[in-house]
Design a protein around this ligand. Structure first.
Ligand code: NIG
Length: 409
């Protein structure tokens, strides 16, 4: 199938270096973090799911379907590189309690918080989990997300984690976009942390590795979750076969950021409580920093100092952290709007962080830019100025979604 999108304001996100100097989708940092590579009035030709030409005027081969953009913004589809959207049940009652001032510790003591989602996930079948997920994936596509990372982590037992990962793959098979599963084997724990972490390293990790050999693994380093020692032991073992992701410094800076860099983690995510020294260290490393501003908005009003990190040369990505507890949104436009208001990013930086840099977090180099050879995952906004993405609050700025070259919305 051949599709020509005509007369668009094209955000190519192509970088200034020539392709022979660097791979197309390497993460942007420094001044490249705000380079949108704009063609003010351009065309994009798509053949068999791939972008084949981008430029001011492209001839349409015979039989080409034409999409007239009328000056609207055409950009890469959003890549949400950090979500927990595979869940069952809901947390509405505890949210209402929280609004009434019931302390978090009290909610946890009465079985709420993450434990309530763990119970609901264990009670759900793989088919039910996949069905919930499919509904969320469809909503996410409507808001312009064409690639999404989805973590396990609400199972906490080997079979339950496998059930989640299988449900994620199953839902992904029926969705036009791309899902990237992540094995969040260090999310919470049952009983004694040391014993539990030993079980994860000895039993859960090898079993998951066998069925999902290329999957990234993740852990949550925080007071009340996994300690630095437990994360390091787990990562030292896992890094032999898997890319590493890490949740760190959400509430407390425990010193895990330098360890994650030392172990070559792909990303460190959250960073709300990171010290300036750790942000500087991260900025100088190859590990990407992922900010999740919807979490601060929904919970406690704390945000990562992303502007400081970006100014220090850090490779920055942005994601929703969609989950039932701390971030009940799948909207990347909303994450962009918050990143600009509360984290010190410009609209252009937030767009780069939500597309090409998010692709790098997932190890994907075939998307996130509009260049020949790239997968044709594109969105056409209803706006003619991309800053509207960050300016507007709460609407859906996406008019049309193209996934693998097909118009899916
Ligand atoms: O990023 N940090 C760990 N996980 C999520 C919360 C998950 C939940 O509450 O269900 C977070 O905020």
């Amino acid at each position: 199938m051949t599709l020509l999108i005509r007369n668009a304001r094209v955000l190519t996100l192509a970088h200034s270096a020539t392709p022979s100097q660097a791979p197309l989708s390497r993460p942007r940092r420094g001044k490249e973090l705000s380079e949108l590579g704009i063609i003010p009035q351009g065309d994009v030709l798509i053949v068999d799911g791939k972008i084949t030409a981008v430029g001011p005027k492209i001839e349409a081969p015979a039989g080409t379907e034409i999409l007239e953009a009328q000056g609207r913004v055409l950009m890469p589809g959003f890549i949400d590189c950090h979500t927990h959207i595979c869940w069952a049940g809901d947390r509405l009652t505890e949210w209402e309690q929280r609004l009434k001032g019931v302390p978090h510790t009290e909610i946890i003591r009465s079985g709420g918080g993450i434990q309530s989602t763990i119970r609901a996930v264990r009670e759900a079948t793989k088919k039910q989990l996949a069905a919930h997920l499919k509904t969320r994936l469809d909503a996410l596509l409507r808001d312009g997300t064409t690639t999404v990372e989805i973590k396990s982590g609400y199972g906490l037992q080997t079979e339950e984690e496998l059930k989640m990962l299988r449900a994620i793959v199953r839902a992904g098979n029926e969705w036009p976009g791309t899902i990237v599963p992540t094995a969040l084997l260090g999310h919470a724990f049952e009983g004694d942390l040391d014993e539990y972490a030993r079980m994860v390293v000895k039993e859960m990790l090898p079993t998951v590795s066998k069925e999902f050999p290329d999957i990234a693994v993740d852990a949550y380093c925080e007071q009340g979750a996994w300690s630095v020692e437990a994360c390091v032991r787990f990562f030292e073992k896992a890094s032999k076969h898997h890319p590493l992701r890490l949740h760190a410094d959400q509430f407390t800076s425990l010193g895990m950021v330098p360890e994650a860099i030392r172990l070559g983690a792909r990303s460190v995510d959250h960073l709300e409580a990171s010290t300036k020294a750790d942000l500087l260290l991260l900025a100088k490393s190859r590990t990407l920093g992922v900010i999740l501003p919807c979490t601060g908005f929904h919970t406690d009003g704390r945000y990562a100092r992303a502007g400081f990190f970006a100014d220090a040369g850090g490779a920055l990505a942005l994601a929703t952290n969609c989950n039932p507890g701390t971030s009940p949104t799948h909207s990347m436009p909303f994450a962009i709007a918050l990143a600009v208001r509360f984290c010190g990013l410009s609209p252009a930086e937030a767009i780069v962080a939500a597309t090409v840099n998010a692709a790098a977090v997932l190890g994907l180099s075939d998307r996130g830019t509009i260049e020949p050879g790239q997968r044709a995952d594109l969105i056409l906004l209803r706006h003619k100025d991309e800053r509207q993405l960050a300016y507007e609050l709460g609407g859906n700025p996406v008019d049309q979604v193209i996934c693998g070259g097909a118009l899916v919305r």
